[in-house]
Design a protein around this ligand. Structure first.
Ligand code: G6P
Ligand code: ZN
Length: 635
């Protein structure tokens, strides 16, 4: 073993290396600038401090997008340069984000062999992904750091990383050769401080084991309720998937989920191979946009009989898709879309009966602020602890570590549980399959299949329905987006002004700006009811604020998390700027209306929400600020 040397390399700071909601995401061309990635990685090591880096073991992998392989080699050398002792890499650099979380949690302190300085443990992981953003030479790359609990770095660390990127002068790297990451095995090097190992391992096996194994042994600190407990009952899911009554389709959108789908759905659970769509991971996701929603998962959407499909073929009973790094999910029934907000509510409502991991009860549930209040109703009915956190999975981690939350979800197609500290796309599919298997356990032999749609409609009948839609205005001029938000922040401070805009008839004369908006709404939506000049199809706003969160565990405060307008009847309008875009700004508008009356829960969602949409567009002067007459994407 030749001895490697570590040397400092001079560098100068780059602007704009502030991690967003989920790490640093930029165009590949930006990342390819000499020292750009290196500066960010060194700033991360420095923020972690030598205590967490020297002697540590790190996972480095991602969704396999373009530039990942180069990035892995750079990070391996820098890790050796900074005193890390072991790097774990999924074969070909592939690991889904949830699998990374699982691997960190499983291997913390386990495989950190006696060669490592005593007391050291796995520090965490560099995850190489831009999640649901497209990949390829002209598209996006991303990097984020996850901590030893398997969850994304908290703001304290990401802020420190950013500070370090502004002053960085040099980084450390070792003169190692490139490591072959295509073959499973360990490559060892010798440094002045000791041995440095790179272990390439099978990308799927740790994760598959977690989904079906004895979690009590693996995570006895978080779940000790039963002696032998698996997350999912694979046997009952297998009965469902192999029943001639049930048909299934899974679309990985050429993301890393493909590396897991065949192993889990086909080899373990007996689904037909033909039920897998786009399950070969590709560096550019086949030129597509790997975001599992009704706009981008076109092939699945059409196969499921949604959209403009004219196919004669009977759609499958169940369909699901994942994003690039497989932490997001979309759940579909035959000709039926399940909103992510409904999905987490339904999983929470059925988990104890249908999923062995939760059989002893739920510790609590949580949702992000813009996610619909459907979960609140479930929590109230089932007497569960409930938390509302800002957008971003990292906020759930503290609750889970403190044993306060078992299941959580976000409107942005994220659902998960305390089995790891990331959202988990395949877990969500297995959760739904478990619920379907449970509801159909008497029906697979004879009797009518309980479908996805039946489950959702029954849920609405029990808990009421939260009509929900999200309007995204992508790549808006950043200045214009800021102005719109500043305007809304100012407006929310006066409820009477807000209500002048919401119900223009009330004080039309005092709200000149709103007069035009009201006119515009009437023109666009000639069906609106204006009774005596007062808008009667929406209720009035009773509370408005800029959402702020105080973490109940560490007391940290997160400000400016979106502007909320809460209506008397439980409806909500929320505006926030996306933290994940890489170009310009993305404005998100979330619209929600609660309907308790079971006879009114079956309407078309866009119809039911039309009055609130009109109010939102008028209130925010969306077109005036952004120049956009329509959103880029509606989900
Ligand atoms: C990532 C995070 C999610 C978050 C989402 C929000 O996917 O992991 O937790 O909900 O970003 O994205 P946005 O673009 O709305 O900031
Ligand atoms: Zn993702």
């Amino acid at each position: 073993m030749a001895l490697f040397n570590v040397s400092p390399v001079e560098t100068t700071p780059f602007d704009g290396q502030k991690p967003g909601t989920s790490g640093l995401r930029k165009k590949v061309k930006v990342f390819k600038q000499p020292n750009y990635l290196e500066n960010f990685v060194q700033s991360t090591f420095t923020a972690l401090t030598p205590r967490k880096v020297r002697g540590a073991a790190l996972v480095v992998s991602g969704d396999g997008r373009y530039f990942s392989k180069d990035a892995i080699q750079i990070i391996i050398k820098m890790a050796a340069g900074n005193g890390v002792r072991r790097i774990w890499v999924g074969q070909n650099g592939l690991l889904s984000t949830p699998a990374v979380s699982a691997v960190i949690r499983e291997r913390v302190g386990v495989d950190v062999s006696s060669r490592l300085v005593s007391g050291s443990r796995a520090t965490g992981a560099f995850i190489l992904t831009a999640s649901h953003n497209p990949g390829g030479p002209n598209e996006d790359f991303g990097i984020k750091y996850n901590m030893e609990n398997g969850g994304p770095a908290p703001e304290g660390i990401t802020d420190q990383i950013y500070e370090n990127t502004k002053t960085i002068k040099e980084y450390l790297t070792a003169d190692l050769p490139d490591v072959d990451i295509t073959a499973i095995g360990v490559t060892s090097f010798s440094g002045h401080d000791g041995q440095f190992d790179v272990e390439v391992f099978d990308s799927a096996s740790d994760y598959v084991k977690l989904m079906k194994m004895d979690t009590a042994k693996l995570f006895c600190h978080c779940i000790c309720m039963n002696d032998r407990l698996s997350i999912f009952d694979f046997e009952s899911i297998q009965k469902l998937l192999t029943s001639p009554k049930f048909t299934f389709c899974y679309d990985a959108l050429h993301g890393v989920a493909g590396a897991y789908a065949k192993r889990i759905f086909v080899e373990e659970l007996g689904a037909q191979e033909s039920s897998l769509l786009n399950c070969v991971p590709k560096e550019d996701f086949g030129g597509g946009h790997p975001d599992p929603n009704l706009t981008y998962a076109k092939e699945l959407v059409s196969r499921m009989g949604l959209g403009k499909s004219n196919s004669e073929v009977e759609p499958p009973e169940f369909g699901a898709a994942a994003d690039g790094d497989a932490d997001r999910n979309m759940i579909l029934g035959k000709r039926f879309f399940v909103t992510p907000s409904d999905s987490v509510s339904i999983i929470a409502a059925n988990a104890v009966e249908a999923i062995p991991y939760f059989s002893a009860g739920l510790k609590g549930v949580a949702r992000s602020m813009p996610t619909s209040s459907g979960l609140d109703v479930v929590a109230k009915n089932l007497n569960l602890k409930f938390f509302e956190v800002p957008t971003g999975w990292k906020f759930f981690g503290n609750l889970m570590d403190a044993g306060l939350c078992s299941i959580c979800g976000e409107e942005s197609f994220g659902t998960g549980s305390d089995h790891i500290r990331e959202k988990d796309g395949i877990w969500a599919v297995l959760a739904w399959l478990s619920i379907l298997a449970y509801k159909n356990k008497e029906n697979l032999g004879g009797g009518e299949l309980v479908t996805v749609e039946d489950i959702v409609r029954n849920h609405w009948a029990t808990y009421g329905r939260h009509y929900y839609t999200r309007y995204d205005y992508e790549n808006v001029d950043a200045g214009a987006a800021k102005e719109l938000m500043a305007y809304l922040v100012k407006l929310q401070s006066s409820l009477s002004e807000v209500n002048d805009c919401v119900k223009p008839g009330l004080k039309l004369i005092e709200c000149g700006d709103c007069r035009d908006d009201a006119g515009l709404e009437l023109e666009l939506n000639p069906g609106f009811l204006i009774v005596s000049g007062i808008r009667s199809d929406v209720s009035k706003v009773v509370h408005a604020d800029e959402f702020e969160y105080k973490d109940p565990i560490d007391g940290s405060i997160s400000k400016h998390q979106g502007i909320r307008y809460l209506f008397e009847d439980g409806s909500r309008l929320i505006f926030r700027l996306s933290g994940t875009g890489s170009e310009g700004a993305t404005i998100r508008l979330y619209i929600e209306q609660y309907e308790k009356d079971p006879s009114k829960t079956g309407r078309d969602s866009q119809d039911a929400l039309a009055p609130l949409v009109a109010v939102a567009l008028g209130l925010s002067k969306m077109q005036e600020f952004t120049g956009r007459s329509a959103p880029t994407v509606i989900t």
